[in-house]
Design a binder for this molecule. Structure first.
Ligand SMILES: Cc1cc2nc3c(=O)[nH]c(=O)nc-3n(C[C@H](O)[C@H](O)[C@H](O)COP(=O)(O)OP(=O)(O)OC[C@H]3O[C@@H](n4cnc5c(N)ncnc54)[C@H](O)[C@@H]3O)c2cc1C
Length: 374
């Protein structure tokens, strides 16, 4: 069914733009909605859905290639999934980030091989950039250390949380190489590498269906063919706005569902819910304004002006805070209906905090804005 909806451009090509988002919306209502409880309570990873999302073109819109990167469409597709499940929309963001890293690099060989498979969901994976993103903004040191060897690097270290992984998955990472001058290298790491182990030893309050692992690297060889940037400072500046803007998809889907939850109880509970300070109409207006802002910022993800970067950070901060506020309001509107273990409101509230704590977390965003003011 999906294939006939999504393949409007030609026999084997997925649909683009609004058609693709409509196909993802249709796919999500059929294949993701029934899994939401299993994902939340049993930590189920919706692999078949993740692959179908890729076949529908969901992981390709934002990739810079012959066409300009369409981050706006990628955000809308992610939000269509996020209306049902934040755990899954986060996995989609992980996959989107992985493709973004590859296609924004100069490594053409990698684009043609792994990149093409990531773009369709044939290969899955994620990103270990929380630690580097904190490191580059003066919060903590880099956790991975590398050594230059013939044809590549040997890397060691431990990353506490990397999501959307599996034995045959991949992730983007940054390691520090000591030498005459310190150098930060960004590369793609295959989970199947010798010396790499994945440990699944954490239970989260939500987002347990994200296949999040602690990654231990013990002298893992990373060949030059997997390197995205041998000295990654300017490359990180190139990818950072896209990395942050794409996260809006998680926030927008969640907020839209919280608005729906508030609207749904208007019939039975509107006569008393109207006394609550936060009303769905307020969040709908705020969502509309945020969507327009992200859409405008998405048009120029490689913009180098510091004012642009500052606006991206401000917008991301608002999206995290609005996610928590909307989920909190949905909980108050739904009352006991939302407080039962199968209630959507309590799940959305647990999920919402993730938007505010995933890197760049609210506290990091506030630090970045404070640092920019000096
Ligand atoms: C469900 C989930 C999925 C995540 N997926 C990814 C991912 O795919 N890629 C990625 O790079 N990051 C991932 N993270 C990390 C996330 O982006 C944040 O970095 C993390 O939530 C902490 O951010 P913070 O800025 O609030 O740091 P703080 O909570 O203030 O933490 C400071 C430091 O302590 C570390 N830390 C916190 N708890 C533990 C622990 N139990 N054991 C060891 N170290 C710990 C943090 O990683 C961080 O470096 C994930 C986190 C969660 C909860």
């Amino acid at each position: 069914m999906l294939d006939s909806t999504a393949m409007t451009m030609g026999k084997d090509k997925p649909a683009a733009g609004a058609d693709m988002v409509a196909a993802i919306r249709d796919l999500s209502s059929r294949e993701l909605a029934p899994l939401v409880q299993k994902i939340d309570t049993a930590g189920h990873y919706p692999e078949a859905y993740m692959r179908a999302y890729g076949r529908a073109g969901g992981y390709a819109a934002h990739l810079p290639s012959e066409t300009a990167p369409d981050i706006d469409t990628a955000v809308r597709a992610m939000a269509a999934a996020g209306e049902y499940c934040l755990s899954t929309s986060f996995c989609i963001w992980c996959q989107d980030a992985l493709g973004w890293y590859i296609y924004a690099s100069d490594n053409d060989g990698l684009k043609e091989t792994l990149g093409a498979r990531v773009a369709t969901g044939a290969a899955l994976g994620g990103t270990a950039l929380s630690n580097p993103m904190k490191s580059f903004f003066g919060i903590e040191g880099l956790r991975l250390k590398g050594k230059r060897v013939e044809g590549g690097y040997i890397v060691r270290g431990l990353l506490p949380f990397v999501s959307n992984l599996g034995d045959d998955h991949y992730f983007g990472a940054v390691f520090e190489v000591e030498g005459e001058t310190k150098q930060n290298v960004m590369a793609i790491v295959p989970c199947a590498s010798e010396g790499l182990t994945l440990a699944d030893n954490t239970k989260f309050v939500a987002l347990d269906g994200t296949r999040t692992f602690a990654v231990q690297m013990r002298d893992v060889f990373i060949p030059d063919t997997l390197v995205l940037a041998h000295s990654c400072e300017s490359y990180i500046k190139r990818i950072r706005a896209g990395f942050v803007l794409l996260q809006a998809g998680m926030a927008f889907g969640l907020i839209r569902d919280c608005i729906n939850l508030m609207q749904q109880v208007k019939g039975p509970l509107g006569h008393v819910n109207k006394y609550l300070d936060a009303q769905p109409e307020h969040f709908a207006e705020q969502l509309d304004a945020m969507e327009r802002k992200v859409s405008a910022l998405s048009a120029t993800p490689f913009e180098t002006d510091p004012g642009y970067w500052r606006t991206v950070i401000e917008t991301r901060l608002v999206a995290g805070e609005a996610s928590v506020a909307a989920a909190h309001a949905a909980m108050l509107h739904c009352g006991a209906r939302g407080y039962v273990t199968t209630g959507a409101a309590q799940r959305r509230l647990r999920e919402a905090y993730f938007v505010a704590i995933v890197t760049p977390a609210t506290k990091q965003l506030k630090k970045m804005l404070a640092d920019m003011a000096h």
